[in-house]
Design a binder for this molecule. Sequence first.
Ligand code: UT7
Length: 322
Amino acid sequence: MNRWTKVIGTGGYLPPIIRTNDDISSMVDTSDSWIYERTGIKSRRIAGPEETASSMAEIAARQAIDMAGIAATDIDMIIVATGTPERVYPSTACLLQERLGIKHAVGFDIQAACSGSVYGLSIADQYIKTGFANNVLVVGSEICSRIVDWSDRSTCILFGDGAGAILLTAGTEPGILSTHIHSDGGYEDLLYCPNPQVAAEAKQHELAFISMRGNEVFKVAVNTLGRIVDETLAANGLQQSDIDWLVPHQANTRIIAATAKKLGMSMDQVILTLENQGNTSSASVLLAFNEGVRDGRIQGGQTVLMEAFGAGFTWGSVLLRY
Ligand code: UT7
């Protein structure tokens, strides 16, 4: 009998502080209309000084565990995607493991920038399918506001903070149908964030933050996401019309609209969260999926395509039957 990976719980956390486009317009030379027209973003959430990647991950994870109706101690693997860990080590997954009171599990972080949650789901699927793990928690948790230069209008308008979680288990029916992950290290200069230690040693303020050549990233993202859609449909022998929902990484409405068009989908079939969340990097796909599940748009038996693109470049997709 086939062993499939099933979703049994989802969760999400957004910090309470809201930073609007008007707030940012008082910090840099920009405007609400420019930001909204070019990106689709109106506001984003900002973590409070006491919050960390693991504290936000814990809230999202507990929601997913509650929905699944299992005990936290039933989880045997924890995968956290983050580019903003509070410690270089222990990993955020280990810190989360302790917060959740799970003694017998394996936890590790992955670094794939904005594609982190899709990478995490792909890794979890391999371990579940092979029988190595039964219940896997995947979390994306990001405090992007701490690695954004709030004097750089080309990046500070885009990013926000948040955490998304998903709980997966082994089942006899699909499930995750396929995952596809890729990277190409040849694009480092277009989008990067140095290790803060490098900036401290060099005493160069600008080295501490995200640096992006947005327009060039945009073009590669649109083309690459178009290709991953083709790859995913072909691998499953599916047509565009077989997909009920697109749950994209939330970087820019124009990038998302291009992917939806490629799938022949209307924007009504896309779970969009970036208007009030901005780009939460590895948290964004899981936050969007959680929203679609909890507000009842994504129904049992429907087919969902998740996709993401980020620094590296990294990119990938997950096709699942909810
Ligand atoms: O999540 C990981 C992957 N990241 C992405 O996918 C992000 C992809 N990139 C983007 O979303 C878009 O490229 C941005 C939203 C970052 C920028 O939009 P754009 O349409 O590509 O603008 P641009 O960079 O080509 O800049 C156009 C103009 C420039 O002025 P000039 O040279 O035409 O006079 C910029 O200086 O807009 C100017 N500009 C701004 N103006 C007002 C750049 N940022 C701003 C701003 N407010 N915040």
